[in-house]
Design a protein around this ligand. Structure first.
Ligand code: ACO
Length: 380
């Protein structure tokens, strides 16, 4: 083949947004958008998410199997002892809080400093555990500084999810709250080759360090087209206010050509399996915790009305509830402000990014696609 023929072949293969391009092989998760199935470490999401702790899910992804009691106990202890931030990072967060920098930006900035007290000769899994352990501390510390409150030191007696809620509020969360958050963290931990995961794999494939991959992935997740625009689904529910207003409100939106937030998905053409798991988790948490059941009922009505109206206004599009819809309800029910939704997503997805880094490192292959030149040829 001549060089000219090769160039023509590449040009024809151009896929904007890499849609449909398989760029990695993974054992971590599998998304079937037609059937509405999501496998995490080989398990259907519904069989895993509400039964195991977040630490167990992390080990499933990092080691390829759920841990036994001993392995789990050792990992819980390791994570619990790695949570405290060096003073210099807390000082940086205090300076960021004075500037009122968005929480996701502060998290991305502080994550880049996490090598401050680490030893590059450490095993990569210890490095990964340190990064994972410290993200909730960064978010909770920053959140409290931003609101004029003193940071709360991590409690090594608490697991990852419980300790995050404790560091945010200063109160021990209930069993139901911890279960609700663990189910959320397990649900969004990995999702095929999404933008931030791909970013992490591209970065680690250059044989750089885990912190660099984590920071790149956080930067990608922060964007509004990925994880950075949370909350509008819940805003819509609050604007509707009462179940009797749902039909007229949603109809008017669709008549104006607007999109209903929390519905539709690029990959899922049936109900997003994560929406199902999170809807059940929210119901259990609201019932057990004496939460706002009126809000839960309103959300259910809005969902049913929206799905019916989308079928009427956009026939054949299969627009169903997506993960965003029930994420908003669950995290709101946990008392988290909307600005904490994306950082909380990052706290979970980081475990997936790090697992993808291990997988990518094992291939030893640099990711280096081609571009198609569409500019002019100039001479001077
Ligand atoms: N409300 C109303 N109409 C919709 C919606 C919606 N939520 N979603 C898609 N449509 C319509 C589009 O207007 C379009 O109609 P048309 O062909 O008559 O113009 C048709 O369905 C196809 O839309 P696309 O944009 O091509 O669908 P795509 O698969 O690219 O969109 C997306 C996916 C961006 C999530 C879209 O469904 C959307 O904007 N949803 C609302 C925002 C939202 O919920 N975002 C969170 C997504 S969850 C996640 O990604 C983690």
């Amino acid at each position: 083949m001549t060089i000219t023929e090769k160039v023509v072949e590449t040009q024809n293969g151009f896929k904007p947004g890499l849609e449909g391009v398989v760029a990695a092989e993974t054992r971590l998760s599998h998304v079937d958008g037609q059937k509405g199935e999501l496998l995490i470490g080989g398990y259907p999401l519904a069989e895993l998410a509400s039964d195991v702790t977040f630490e167990e899910t992390v080990l499933l992804l990092w080691h390829g199997a759920l841990p036994n009691q001993q392995e789990l106990a050792a990992f819980r202890q390791q994570v619990a002892t790695l949570r405290t931030l060096p003073t210099a990072i807390v000082d940086l967060l205090a300076a960021a809080a004075q500037q009122r920098i968005p929480t996701m930006t502060a998290l991305r900035m502080a994550a880049g400093t996490l090598d401050l007290d680490s030893d590059p000769r450490e095993e990569k899994e210890t490095q990964a555990a340190r990064l994972l352990a410290r993200l909730p501390t960064i978010v909770a510390t920053y959140w409290r500084l931003l609101h004029g409150q003193a940071p709360i030191a991590p409690d090594s007696a608490l697991d990852h999810a419980a300790n995050y809620l404790y560091m945010l509020t200063g109160e021990r969360p209930t069993q139901a709250q911890v279960r609700g958050l663990e189910t959320y963290l397990n649900t969004v931990v990995d999702h095929g080759l999404n933008a931030s995961t791909f970013a992490a794999r591209v970065i680690i494939a250059t044989d750089t360090d885990l912190t660099s991959a984590l920071v790149g992935a956080l930067g990608a997740l922060k964007g509004p087209l990925h994880g950075g625009a949370p909350g509008p689904a819940l805003d819509m529910v609050f604007e509707i206010g009462e179940a009797v207003r749902a039909d007229a409100y949603l109809r008017a939106k669709l008549e104006r050509g607007e999109r209903l937030m929390g519905f539709g998905h690029r990959v899922y053409k049936v109900r997003d399996p994560r929406a199902e798991v999170l809807s059940q988790a929210a119901e259990q948490m609201f019932r057990a915790g004496g939460g706002d059941m009126a809000l839960y009922t309103l959300v259910k009505t809005v969902e049913q009305t929206a799905v019916a109206l989308l079928a009427e206004y956009k026939p054949g599009r299969n627009l169903q509830t997506n993960v965003e819809f029930y994420t908003a309800l669950l995290l709101h029910g946990l008392g988290l402000d909307t600005d904490l939704f994306t950082p909380t997503f990052a706290i979970s997805r980081a475990a997936g990014w790090l697992a993808h880094c291990f997988e990518q490192q094992a291939t030893g292959r640099l990711i280096r696609p081609q571009s198609r030149y569409v500019g002019p040829i100039r001479h001077r």
